[in-house]
Ligand binder design. Structure first.
Ligand SMILES: Cc1ncc(COP(=O)(O)O)c(C=O)c1O
Length: 431
């Protein structure tokens, strides 16, 4: 066997496009890399799901059943529709929407996870320097999508129920006074168990937001409402709340998205969204150019799991009990190890994967801060809250962090919070 030639650098690297060259590394990628490099570190940062409760057997059974049949197996391994498997779209429409709007299945697109859809929607709706309003704090990956497109994100004051309608109106008045109202194209919300704040917007608040956007649509070009329902099925307490279109949000300016990443498996990469025209056609055309449609095989597996009621079984029997007790473990540990500090604040989320923690004011949580360095030394990692705020609008709260209870088993969650308590104590002595 002849030896491979040793690599030599004979030419300059390929020059990248302006867009690629301008794309910054995601700060969160560095955090993840640090966590993976050091297996002793307890990462409460990663937003991954619990690996032991991923439905291996369920997916194996349904994938096997699909492939055992020459007809369904052949179809599943064939290209699908660019919009995604029709039966799965019908099942999603029936599962998540009370109002039986007949065109909903046709207005739905399945994508490679919902993140792809968030990007496609934003690409098709937004120009550089347009403005998207969002909660303070909000899903930081979506902030990166907006940055990638040169779009300005402006955060709107939010509380334990999400974005405040009065603050939304104030922000719009302020932008109008600055001649920027026409630039405001969208309000992005994560209405169920928000990432990162863990809050769910109650029905009355949703109605107030709908009314505010409805008024705007009468005065000027409508502002799209992008409701990202990624965590809707991960509810540990209380009853579900209807989504925006079921509460009367105008389908002409409302976009509802969701995903099977949190309630089933992120590895299957099945996301979905219901889009108004002409956005629906634009996204479909764009997606057809990019990939002709998302993996059909995954969609068929998810379709059959949902159709047989197995998604609900999995949620009720495995996922919800697992996450509920992890959530409880994190809240118990926060009470035990953190509530002794003046200025520490957290609340129990009714679902999702995150606890939003405020630490005593003199401390900052940014990467490189005293608290950050102390935490890394003590062996615990979090997401600095500052990542989750737009650079304009409501002030950045630098004394906050996102803690995830998705990945770590309960004893590690408790240990991680205990280490965090020790780090806060030490950092308070040093600032
Ligand atoms: C709020 C929110 N939206 C969307 C996504 C995207 O998930 P996926 O692309 O796996 O569907 C995530 C993932 O963490 C999320 O937290």
């Amino acid at each position: 066997m002849s030896a491979l030639p040793s690599p030599r650098s004979v030419s300059a690297p390929l020059p990248l496009s302006r867009q690629a060259a301008a794309a910054p590394e995601q700060p969160i990628s560095r955090l993840m890399a640090d966590a993976l490099d050091n297996p002793k570190l307890i990462s409460l940062a990663a937003g991954f799901v619990d690996e032991r409760s991923l439905p291996r057997k369920l997916v194996q059974r349904y994938a096997g059943r699909l492939l055992d049949d020459p007809h369904s197996g052949g179809q599943a391994l064939q290209y699908g529709l660019a919009a995604g498997d029709r039966q799965l779209r019908q099942a999603i429409a029936a599962r998540y929407f009370a109002d039986r709007w007949p065109q909903r299945t046709d207005a739905m697109i399945l994508t490679t996870g919902s993140n792809q859809l968030l990007h496609l929607i934003s690409e098709c709706l937004l120009e550089p320097d347009d403005i998207v309003l969002c909660a303070a704090p909000t899903y930081f990956v979506y902030l990166a999508v907006l940055r990638d497109l040169g779009v300005r994100a402006v955060s709107v004051e939010s509380d334990e129920h999400g974005v405040c309608p009065e603050a939304l109106e104030r922000t719009l008045d302020d932008l109008s006074a600055r001649g920027l109202r026409d630039r405001v194209k969208m309000l992005y919300l994560v209405p169920y168990f928000d990432n990162p704040a863990g809050v769910t917007m109650p029905e009355h608040r949703r109605r107030a937001i709908i009314a505010a956007l409805g008024e705007q649509a009468e005065l000027a070009p409508p502002i799209a409402l992008l409701a990202d329902n990624a965590y809707r099925d991960l509810r540990y307490d209380g009853a579900d709340v209807p989504c925006f279109v079921d509460l009367g949000a105008e389908p002409d300016w409302t976009i509802e998205t969701g995903t099977f990443s949190k309630n089933l498996s992120p590895g299957l990469r099945v996301g979905w969204g219901v889009l108004p025209e002409p956005l629906h056609t634009a996204v479909l055309r764009r997606k057809s150019v990019i990939d002709f449609g998302s993996p059909h095989f995954s969609q068929c597996v998810v379709r059959d799991i949902v159709a047989d009621g197995q998604l609900d079984e999995h949620l009720q029997n495995d996922l919800l009990p697992t996450y509920r007790s992890k959530r409880d473990a994190m809240i118990d540990a926060c009470q035990r190890y953190l509530s002794r500090f003046d200025g520490v604040h957290f609340q129990q989320p009714g679902g999702g994967l995150y606890v939003w923690l405020q630490v005593p004011e003199p401390l900052g949580t940014a990467a490189g801060s005293t608290l950050w360095e102390t935490c890394v030394r003590h062996g615990v990692l979090y997401v600095p809250g500052g990542f989750c705020f737009a650079s304009e609008g409501a002030p950045v709260q630098n004394n906050t962090m996102r803690l995830s209870f998705g990945v770590q088993p309960e004893p590690r969650i408790a240990e991680g919070i205990e280490l965090l308590g020790q780090a806060i104590e030490e950092a308070l002595r040093r600032v």
